[in-house]
Design a binder for this molecule. Structure first.
Ligand code: SAM
Ligand code: SF4
Length: 432
């Protein structure tokens, strides 16, 4: 058996793609390994969303150079969004790389490996044959209790700061039947929760099926206990999806709905195509359908032209909404995007101070949300053993990790847990 090591950077979609690439290589005799040393093939599945991510890849490639020298025939592939964006530049900058494969063409890895084995030079595939990819991928070989399932890819929104429309291509939804088939296969392999993935997952349109309709059909799968989806755009939050949060008992009360900024001027400059108050009203409607829903978001601070007042509008939006948790980033210039050449770029120290203030506020909201669960009894889906002996890690409907002393036989099942306390990043409780 040969060994393949896949290192994943970035989003959940990359995590899904890494599993698919590993499954794709199994028939060629490759088994997954968890370290690059001794591997016959190393795949770096990269992310291009922020500047440092690409630099990390080049530094990782520097480290792999020695390993490749020591192991004859070792193949190195760069996959993912850096591969898509940089293409041939990668082999120019890092000749140690044998193949470069974009996120829409990794189903071609087996032929690329064959080509490399025949020493036919570097293989570079950065086409966008999205339809072809899913048709040729192997069925899942295994599954965790919680499993990702890509239902939609690409983006047509062109937010002015973002590289995704350039690296992942146009919005494209997989047919509902193909998704239902893969969902059944994952449940058969042990999945109890499915997290439906898409860059704009709520824009899902599978031959007329909306995401709500897809979730309803998935809810009919015996053995599947929970459904989640990520990431959604405020503009695509359709009425039937909001209703589904009240009606579909398997759809979890958790919604990642990035807003990026609370300032209308910044939202316009970002090309988000909605105002801050539209978002407030949308969240009200979602909370009417599902009052306990945990809201989460992404924020960018220091977008070009962001004034103190713009930043304060973001802080006010956060105070108004009350998030269960959220991600926040300093604006990072991405080559080729409109924002990268905008005037009035914000100074690094201003960005850092704003990020710090925002993160403090978000963390205090996260702690308040977690504390509000203490002494409640919640259904927890157990995913795996925890670090401490005899302890399991599971999640509440709101995606909070919970640690509980419980028999490993409970993994893959849902049990009621009385929440007792919170530590920095998780809850602790006892079986009720
Ligand atoms: N499609 C999702 C949406 O519209 O909200 C998000 C996809 S993106 C992979 C994830 C997050 O990365 C974004 O929500 C944004 O906050 C952040 N991001 C994207 N480009 C960025 C940039 N140039 N600088 C800083 N953060 C960025
Ligand atoms: Fe990027 Fe905007 Fe598309 Fe999200 S909606 S992937 S932030 S361009």
């Amino acid at each position: 058996m040969k060994k393949v090591f896949v290192k994943t950077y970035g989003c959940q979609m990359n995590a899904y793609d890494s599993v698919k690439m590993t499954d794709l290589l199994a028939p060629l005799g490759y088994a997954a390994t968890d370290a690059p040393a001794g591997a016959d093939m190393v795949i770096l599945n990269t992310c291009h969303i922020r500047e440092k991510a690409a630099e990390k890849v080049y530094s990782e490639l520097g480290k792999l150079k020695q390993l490749k020298r020591d192991r004859e025939g070792m193949l190195i592939a760069v996959a993912g969004c850096v591969a898509q964006a940089e293409g041939e530049e990668i082999v120019r900058r890092a000749p140690v790389v044998d193949m470069v494969v974009g996120p829409q063409s990794y189903h071609r890895l087996p032929e690329m490996i064959a080509r490399a084995a025949r020493s036919q030079g570097k293989a570079i595939e950065t086409d966008f044959p999205a339809l072809e990819k899913f048709d040729t991928l192997a069925p899942p070989q295994s599954s965790g209790v919680s499993s990702f399932l890509t239902v939609q890819e690409g983006c047509d929104k062109f937010c002015t700061f973002c590289v995704v429309p350039y690296t992942r291509g146009a919005e494209h939804s997989r047919p509902a039947q193909a998704i239902l088939t893969e969902a059944c296969q994952l449940v058969e392999k042990g999945a109890r929760e499915l997290v439906l993935l898409g860059q704009n997952v709520n824009a899902y349109d599978g031959d007329g099926w909306s995401l709500a309709r897809l979730c309803d059909a998935l809810a009919g799968i015996d053995g599947l206990q929970r459904i989640r989806y990520t990431t959604s755009h405020p503009r695509d939050m359709a009425d039937d999806l909001i209703v589904a949060h009240g009606d579909n008992p398997k759809l979890m009360p958790y919604l990642h709905l990035p807003v990026q900024s609370g300032s209308d001027a910044m939202l316009e400059a970002m090309n988000r195509q909605h105002k801050a108050d539209d978002y407030r009203r949308l969240v009200d409607r979602i909370r009417n359908a599902r009052p306990d829903i945990a809201m989460t978001s992404d924020f960018i601070v220091g977008f070009p032209g962001e004034s103190d007042a713009d930043f304060e509008a973001t802080m006010q939006l956060v105070r108004d909404i009350g998030y269960a948790t959220a991600f926040s980033f300093k604006y990072s210039k991405r080559p080729g995007t409109p924002a990268s050449t905008m005037r009035k770029q914000v100074a690094e120290d201003v960005k850092a101070a704003r990020l710090d203030a925002l993160q403090k506020l978000l963390l205090s909201q996260q702690h308040a949300f977690d504390d509000s669960q203490i002494s409640k009894t919640l259904p927890v889906l157990f995913e795996k053993t925890a670090r401490e002996a005899g302890q399991l890690m599971g999640r509440t409907p709101y995606l909070q990790p919970v640690h509980v002393m419980a028999d490993a036989a409970l993994i893959g099942t849902t049990a009621n847990v009385k929440i007792e306390r919170r530590t920095a990043n998780s809850l602790h409780g006892v079986l009720a």
